[in-house]
Design a protein around this ligand. Structure first.
Ligand code: ADP
Ligand code: ZN
Length: 220
């Protein structure tokens, strides 16, 4: 099964994708995590990506698509994949479709995790993430039991460079301008299922798992 998790920054894609991938034994591919990894390692790709990420802009399609296509060729992707944060532009969508077609595969479903813009801003502004397991916390709405420490693995919590107010606004703007058109695209192809992204992690996850079981309406 090949599934795309679509949603604005702060919609909860990362949290949900990691858990659902584990539950369904699918590979979890998060392009944002891959770029942050490359930055940590100081590779050329990481340095290039950093220029864009710190401004809240998208990394150019050429770079992103090349990285993604290499990743999906790995053996762990044969059973299926949850794409988290990819595709984010129509060009990326086309590149992914083309590559899957070549392997006689296709995207089965697109889960659109819907959250109102105001709520997104609040979520992103107080976000802290575990360095080790990537679990996100929020200063106000879901603080860790011990300040600065992950409840799950005791890892250190940090704030992402691009979670600064001006960058957050730019990321949301970029989402509505460049990624939101994919909602229409996947609605037209009958693959989109909308899931309510407001609620506890468990509630949202339930909604996603149900959506994955359902056949999407109007499938061609
Ligand atoms: P969020 O969804 O909260 O913005 P991500 O970790 O998915 O977080 O992405 C962080 C940043 O990484 C983006 O703002 C962008 O600069 C870059 N990035 C991630 N995925 C892509 C992609 N598919 N295309 C272009 N840039 C990407
Ligand atoms: Zn952790």
């Amino acid at each position: 099964m090949y599934v795309i998790f679509l949603g604005a920054p702060g919609a909860g894609k990362g949290t949900q994708a990691a858990e659902v991938a584990k539950e369904l034994k699918l590979a979890h591919i998060a392009t944002g995590d891959m770029f942050r990894d490359a930055q940590k390692k100081g590779t050329a790709l990481g340095l290039k990506a950093k220029e864009y990420m710190e401004k809240g802009k998208l990394v150019p399609d050429e770079i992103t698509v090349a990285m993604l296509l290499e990743r999906i060729a790995a053996p762990d992707c044969r059973q299926g994949v949850i794409f988290d944060g990819f595709p984010r532009t129509l060009a990326q969508t086309e590149a992914l479709d083309k590559s899957l077609v070549k392997q006689s595969k296709a995207i089965d479903k697109v889960i659109f995790i819907k959250v109102a813009e105001e709520e997104l801003l609040t979520r992103l502004s107080g976000r802290w993430i575990c360095r080790q397991c990537q679990t996100p916390y929020h200063e106000v709405t879901s603080p860790p039991k011990i300040k600065g420490k992950c409840d799950r693995c005791s890892g250190e919590l940090y704030q992402r460079d691009d979670d600064k107010p001006t960058t957050i606004k730019e990321r949301l703007k970029v989402f509505f301008a460049q990624t939101a058109p994919l909602i229409d695209y996947y609605t037209r192809t009958g693959k989109l299922v909308e899931v309510n992204g407001v609620g506890t992690v468990e509630e949202v996850q339930k909604g996603i798992l149900n959506a994955l079981k359902r056949r999407s309406a109007g499938r061609k």
